[in-house]
Write a protein that binds this ligand. Sequence first.
Ligand SMILES: Nc1ncnc2c1ncn2[C@@H]1O[C@H](COP(=O)(O)OP(=O)(O)OP(=O)(O)O)[C@@H](O)[C@H]1O
Ligand SMILES: [Mg+2]
Length: 322
Amino acid sequence: MSELIEVNDLVVRFKKKSSRLINLRPEYFNASDHINLKIERGETFGLVGESGSGKSTIGKAILGYHRPSSGNIIYEGQDLLTLKKAELKPYQKKIQSVFQDPYSSLDPTMTVKEIISEPLEIHGLYPGAARKERVAELLKAVGLSPDDMNRYPSEFSGGQKQRISIARALAVDPEFIVCDEAISALDVSLQAQIVFMLRKLQEERGLTYLFISHQLNVVEKICDHIAVLYLGSIMEIGTSSDICRTPSHPYTKMLMASILEPDPRVHSLDNISIDNGDQKHFENCCKFCNRCPYATEKCKKEVPELVEIAPGHKAACFYSRE
Ligand SMILES: Nc1ncnc2c1ncn2[C@@H]1O[C@H](COP(=O)(O)OP(=O)(O)OP(=O)(O)O)[C@@H](O)[C@H]1O
Ligand SMILES: [Mg+2]
């Protein structure tokens, strides 16, 4: 496999929320804190972590929705952050997205045909009669009927709406799709159907996915490689098997333990939110040290680098190296 996308030392900074009405000295934090990723063509790369860990920030930076303050996003050898608006257009065709909430991402006033045609219109593809044929082909590819094209989003179930979002993302024949919590709002059986469909589409069309989820059990099923994020930093990175079978970082172990928990209420971590505003306290220590059962004095005084603990498997933890 060859490399499709590389994220180098990516920093995305946001202003911290302030309780003051007028804040003359706003403080900033790194929602993406020196992130490095390499994604191979044809693979599914997972980003996992609790709410607020910075998963969407990375996805949105790749999609061009956030302007990073430093770092590079290299796509097929080209740094996207150095390109002008017009030069980015071909990449906006190659890189598409599917988001969590089909209710808000699909315009309720547009028909399915109009929704799927919109990116084709933007990129001037499949004009005239070919457009209707293209929409019909895409609807079939995602398990819907061409007869559905004149219906409105409100006439579809949640799973069907997500199929429409996927058809829209596929319309311009992309190479890379950022799936940000694309199946998180669906129930377990629908999740399995959409995962199956995404895999099939990947094989048929040679797609590469960045699959973002807070559900490690879902990521495990679909991803080749996984990066575990905490407060904007990668805590552990490796193959799906490295992360899920032989997790090394105490945070990854905690995520794994939460999915093995028999009580379904604690299977998902979306009820836990970490406060990125606290990041300043973690500048000179391990960000996880205040939640880690193995934390030592060293963890409270030094930042553990992300180092290789086995071929291709890295962890940012002093304890993992012992
Ligand atoms: N546009 C923005 N302006 C300011 N802060 C932001 C912005 N977008 C995200 N943040 C903050 O950056 C941090 C990371 O947010 P992000 O949305 O990337 O997390 P996430 O891991 O995707 O969480 P979730 O699982 O809830 O979607 C959070 O503290 C969030 O409040
Ligand atoms: Mg998110």
